[in-house]
Design a protein around this ligand. Structure first.
Ligand SMILES: Nc1ncnc2c1ncn2[C@@H]1O[C@H](COP(=O)(O)OP(=O)(O)O)[C@@H](O)[C@H]1O
Ligand SMILES: O=C[C@H](O)COP(=O)(O)O
Length: 590
């Protein structure tokens, strides 16, 4: 495709019926339509959770979820497949609160499996929700099972984060869910590789890079992140498929030989998946090239023109789980009422024994039962105008940085970091407009901010959420211990240090130098604790945020990018902007 044709093609890709509508509106509407058309599914709209109305309390519940934009994966809820899914914003993990609502909607006396793709945001939010569910007594046995199947990155680059999840994980998911439905009581044999012609277009997002016509991407993720390999000139289909299969099966590739396919007697399942923007005709012809056919459209990436190939060595899986190959294949082929699974849909004849109408209000009441600050337990009172202006100024700086954060995250991540930061900062400003700082109560402000941050998905949402809740807990214990208000800078800096120590127990990025938000947070907290001088600490934050340009990523999506672009880490920069805005306000008002 050349010249005008190529331009028309790109314009069509970026055109949407919902061009300016945030994911927050688009996603619930699509979920509403799904549940209206399928009475065996029910929606908790406020939490964007779809769950099976025929929940069987005596079977293990399998719950999944992740960013939206991977439709039709959300339609994998149904008997014989998932009990519930929690849907995040486009390409961002759902929040802890959403996952908890999904767990609550699918109670099980036997146990709960949270089956997710291997992304940091998902691991943090699903992990926290599992802990909260245990603490609330919702389930005794609950495990998080991150699925990783992508071979594109190779062993050495993905050692700290492990492989990312691609569509091959649906094979294991189907088998586990079918086993759960058959009341089995309560593992990795799959590899995947993706290839795309271009990026997908996220509705409402203005900036959009295109891949040149003479380039074919191999090793593409499912969130628009840049592919690990670019083949140019554009290869023939034969060459492309040969290259992909080589990445999946070559036993001499030390970085990628994750699963052996050398034994000709092994039973192997092949899954060919549409990323969303390929015609069925082209996918069919590609599948023909990929030998044995098992074509299906399972886990999309919006309208990305591309496909993935997954191979699952079922013989290995049977060995690893003390099962028979036939048994696993039977589970894979067993019936389900999940709308998107490629098989005829048989609705259950059994009556809905534990059909529940879990209204959003009930869930909300349960989840946020005690959100008002009990001021009688002590508080920190500061000058309301000072509190309002400092926070507002921090949020405004971060919002103003959104175009840069988004642009950097489009190169080194999946492009959603700036929008997530903007979203949470706007929510905090709305709370200020509604008078949350009017009484000058620091705790009241922190509680209201925690609610806004709890709605933030993605890795940064989880990191900020854990930090804020730990900071609040530490401050509360300082108030109880010291009983004085207002507290001095050292109380805040000590509480921050303790909160950072708590955060380190959740993320593996526990030191500086890995190109994450921790590269600003750790030195900022340390400088603040050493000097009790917020402005000095803010200057350290600036220096450290700048320095992230030259760091090699070891965590998060940036790990998957082969080219060092010398751009700052967006998470680290966002934190610096917040701190900078607060520091300027405090200086203006001192
Ligand atoms: N393991 C980790 N621990 C702490 N921060 C991380 C980790 N992985 C990534 N990050 C931070 O998260 C930021 C990206 O946030 P966000 O866009 O929410 O994540 P995601 O890539 O999950 O969508 C990165 O710029 C980096 O600062
Ligand atoms: O769809 C996206 C994944 O589910 C979550 O990814 P995240 O780590 O970017 O939040």
């Amino acid at each position: 495709m050349e010249g005008r044709d190529a331009q028309n093609y790109r314009e069509v890709c970026c055109k949407h019926y919902f061009p300016d509508i945030a994911a927050n509106t688009l996603v619930p509407r699509a979920l509403r339509a799904l549940t209206i058309a399928n009475p065996h599914l029910s929606l908790i709209e406020s939490e964007r959770v779809v769950h099976c109305t025929h929940n069987d309390i005596d079977a293990v519940s399998v719950i999944s979820g992740g960013g939206s934009g991977h439709e039709p994966a959300v339609c994998f809820v149904g008997e014989g497949l998932l009990s519930a899914v929690a849907c995040g914003d486009i390409f961002a993990s759902p929040s802890t609160k959403q996952v908890l609502a999904a767990i609550e909607a699918s109670p099980s006396s036997k146990g709960t499996i949270l089956m997710i793709t291997n992304y940091t945001g998902d691991k943090l939010h699903f992990g926290r929700a599992a802990e909260k569910a245990k603490a609330k007594g919702l389930c005794k046995n609950i495990v998080v099972l991150p699925q990783a199947d992508d071979v594109s990155i190779g062993r050495s680059k993905s050692s700290a984060v492990e492989r990312r999840g691609l569509p091959g994980h649906v094979i294991g998911m189907k088998i586990v869910c079918a086993a759960a439905a058959k009341k089995y009581s309560f593992q990795r044999c799959t590899v995947s590789i993706g290839s795309t012609l271009d990026h997908c277009h996220v509705p409402g997002r203005q900036k959009h890079e295109s891949i040149p016509d003479n380039v074919c991407m191999v090793g593409s993720g499912i969130h628009n992140e840049p592919a690990s390999m670019q083949i140019s000139p554009f290869p023939s289909v034969e060459t492309l498929i040969g290259r992909c299969l080589g990445l999946l099966c070559d036993p001499t590739d030390p970085g990628r030989a994750f699963v052996s396919f050398e034994n000709a007697d092994d039973s192997v399942v092949l899954l060919v998946n549409n990323y969303g923007g390929l015609s069925s005709l082209e996918l069919g012809a590609l599948t023909d090239e990929i030998i044995k056919q098992l074509g299906a459209y399972c886990l999309g990436a919006l309208n990305a023109p591309g496909f993935s190939i997954s191979l699952c060595n079922v013989s290995r899986a049977a060995e690893g789980s003390s099962s028979k190959v036939e048994e696993l294949l039977e589970l894979l082929d067993s019936q389900t009422t999940a709308v998107s699974w490629p098989n005829p849909c048989f609705l259950s004849k059994k009556s809905s024994t534990s059909e529940k109408d879990i209204s959003a209000t009930k869930i909300d009441a349960n989840l946020h039962g005690s959100k008002k600050t009990p001021l009688s337990e002590g508080d920190i009172l500061v000058e309301p105008e000072l509190l309002d202006d400092a926070i507002r100024s921090g949020c405004k700086e971060a919002i103003a940085a959104e175009p840069d954060l988004s642009a950097w995250d489009r190169v080194m991540g999946d492009g959603d970091c700036g929008e997530a930061v903007q979203g949470v900062c706007e929510a905090i400003i709305r709370n200020l407009d509604n008078g949350v700082a009017q009484r000058g109560s620091v705790l009241e402000f922190l509680f209201s901010t925690a609610e806004a941050v709890d709605d933030m998905g993605g890795t940064l949402g989880a990191i900020f959420g854990i930090l804020l809740s730990a900071f609040t807990t530490c401050l509360k214990s300082k108030i109880a211990e010291l009983g004085v208000t207002p507290l001095d800078a050292s109380t805040y800096s000590q509480a921050l240090s303790e909160a950072v120590a708590t955060l380190k127990t959740y993320t593996s990025a526990t030191r500086e130098g890995d190109r994450t938000v921790m590269d600003v947070l750790l030195p900022f907290a340390e400088a603040f604790a050493e000097t009790n001088d917020f402005h000095f600490a803010a200057r350290v934050a600036q220096e450290k945020a700048e320095a992230t340009r030259y760091l090699k990523p070891r965590f998060g999506r940036a790990t998957y990018i082969s080219e060092a672009a010398e751009l700052p880490d967006p998470g680290a920069w966002a934190l610096y902007e917040m701190v900078k805005g607060m520091s300027s306000s405090l200086q203006r008002n001192s």
